[in-house]
Design a protein around this ligand. Structure first.
Ligand SMILES: [Zn+2]
Ligand SMILES: [Zn+2]
Length: 210
């Protein structure tokens, strides 16, 4: 599990804490003692955030006491960066471009999205910003296990080991404004756990209608 290597020190810290912290820091939350970053940016939803502040704000909420800049270090090969990256956050040196480009996609995805900016945006959302890790966390907490929301497939049952969980992917549902119930939809509610097969079919349906 991505969080396993920090369990000894930051036991209660989950992907959902990280996501909430990133959202708060992106929204301008400043009740912390972390300064602006000097070398690295964490890319989140179009924002460039100080990675150390995001981790510190998340740890503070998870542990229930203030975790300050002096309590841990940041930078390549630190616990802080390893955990953020393991949870899907992209951290780049200042001035570096976003490393996710269409050229890194599988052939299937590239052909699928080619020439359709809306679908490119869709893929970027699904692949980025720690949302997927937080969704898996939330889904497990809610249902006790991961399964496909479309066909009900339980990968652990089907494949006989936790390795099967790798086939549960995160799909971003395009929600029409009319379907939104006021204030109760979160980013995680827009995401769906799908097995790889259902995800592929869902994308083909999406393409057929876009
Ligand atoms: Zn399925
Ligand atoms: Zn998808």
């Amino acid at each position: 599990m991505p969080m396993a290597d920090i369990r000894s020190n930051f036991q209660p810290l989950t992907a959902q804490h990280l996501l909430r912290a990133a959202e708060r820091v992106a929204a301008g939350y400043s009740q912390h003692r972390f300064g602006p970053s000097t070398e690295y940016d964490l890319l989140f939803d179009g924002h460039h955030l100080p990675p150390k502040a995001v981790f510190g704000v998340a740890a503070t909420e998870a542990l229930g006491f203030e975790v300050g800049p002096e309590n841990f270090s940041a930078g390549d090969n630190t616990l802080c960066f390893r955990v953020l990256r393991a949870n899907g956050y992209r951290i780049v040196r200042k001035g570096e471009a976003d490393p996710i480009s269409l050229f890194e996609l599988s052939d299937e995805d590239r052909v699928w999205a080619e020439g359709r900016p809306r679908l490119v945006t869709h893929i970027r959302r699904e692949r980025s910003t720690g949302l997927a890790a937080a969704k898996r966390d939330q889904f497990r907490a809610l249902h006790g296990r991961l399964y496909c929301e479309r066909c009900g497939m339980d990968p652990v049952k089907t494949f006989g080991s936790d390795l099967g969980e790798a086939c549960i992917e995160i799909h971003h549902r395009d929600t029409h404004l009319a379907e939104m119930t006021d204030g109760h939809r979160t980013k995680l509610d827009e995401l769906q756990c799908l097995c790889a097969n259902c995800h592929r079919v869902t994308h083909r349906e999406l393409k057929a209608t876009s």
